[in-house]
Design a protein around this ligand. Structure first.
Ligand SMILES: Nc1ncnc2c1ncn2[C@@H]1O[C@H](COP(=O)(O)OP(=O)(O)OP(=O)(O)O)[C@@H](O)[C@H]1O
Ligand SMILES: [Mg+2]
Length: 270
């Protein structure tokens, strides 16, 4: 974890800082505290892998970062701006700065828009004509290894894996400061998962992406992350570089996750 004060002193404040974040749903006797004082930080060009079993609070953390869930206490800073205290213009700006790639490749793209229209809107929501942005659209399609002519097609004409790649391109086309990928491989077959992970692994190096990559599967996360945070029942039980977490896990739950990673070929990420 980056010490935010020393990072700021060095002139490289983290893109994301989560400080003592508590999220409680409901009130009174039905109140449930889902995040119990989470701290996290992501520096520019870095990917933080967030792992934890179902119900541990991963998506709640993702939603809090994009402002869909309110912090009960603590704070979330994106580029130093507290997402809980933004002005109207800051909020509009933030909707582009932080891009979430959701899990479901079938609901994440508008079925009535061509791929070109979807990408044009990501590139420029005001002047969102595919003709105006043809070159950029071709560029983003090439980054996900799709031909330029797919721009005129609709989401239903693509496989789940292709749609998820298009969802990645849509998020990238906004040129966000921070990308949040929440279980983006879990709806896909294993071989397609590996393809998507390879793509994300390549893009994060080529484009120097800053990302939070969420999965319940440590094997998936560790291939694309610089550091890893393990959530267990709303608490951070482990945080550190990928190597440190793998070689010297501090928490028995992390050890269990590492041991449960099956042997064999795994994902072949270059
Ligand atoms: N709006 C809400 N109101 C009440 N409880 C909620 C709400 N959203 C989430 N929860 C609860 O918070 C806990 C954490 O949910 P969350 O979706 O963050 O887990 P997750 O780690 O993303 O799980 P999964 O791997 O299944 O996606 C769960 O027990 C869930 O039922
Ligand atoms: Mg989730």
């Amino acid at each position: 974890m980056t010490d935010s004060n020393s990072a700021q002193a060095a002139g490289s404040a983290p893109v994301l800082e989560v400080k003592d974040l508590v999220v409680t749903f409901g009130a009174g006797s039905s109140a449930v505290t889902v995040l119990k004082g989470v701290n996290a930080s992501i520096s520019r060009g870095q990917t933080l892998g967030i792992v934890g079993e179902s119900g541990s609070g991963k998506s709640t953390l993702a939603k809090a970062i994009v402002g869909l869930v309110h912090a009960s206490s603590g704070s979330i800073l994106v580029d130093g701006i507290d997402v809980g205290r933004m002005t109207g213009p800051q909020r509009r700006d933030m909707r582009r700065k932080v891009q979430m790639i959701p899990q479901d490749p079938y609901s994440s793209l508008n079925p009535r828009r061509t791929i070109g229209q979807t990408l044009a809107e990501a590139i420029d929501p005001v002047r969102s004509s595919p003709m105006l942005h043809r070159e950029k659209i071709e560029y983003w399609l090439s980054t996900i290894r799709l031909d330029a002519d797919v721009a005129s097609r609709y989401p239903h004409e693509f496989s789940g894996g292709q749609r998820q790649r298009i969802a990645v391109a849509r998020a990238l086309a906004v040129e966000p400061r921070l990308i949040i990928a929440d279980e983006i491989t879990s709806a896909l077959d294993l071989s397609v998962q590996a393809e998507l992970l390879n793509l994300v692994g390549r893009l994060r190096r080529e484009l120097d992406l800053t990302m939070a990559f969420i999965s319940h599967d440590l094997d998936v996360v560790h291939h694309v992350s610089d550091s890893i945070m393990v959530l267990y029942n709303g608490d951070v039980v482990e945080a550190g570089s990928v190597d440190a977490v793998y070689q010297n896990p501090q928490d028995p739950y992390t050890r269990k996750l590492i041991d449960s990673v099956p042997g064999g070929p795994g994902f072949d990420i270059g």
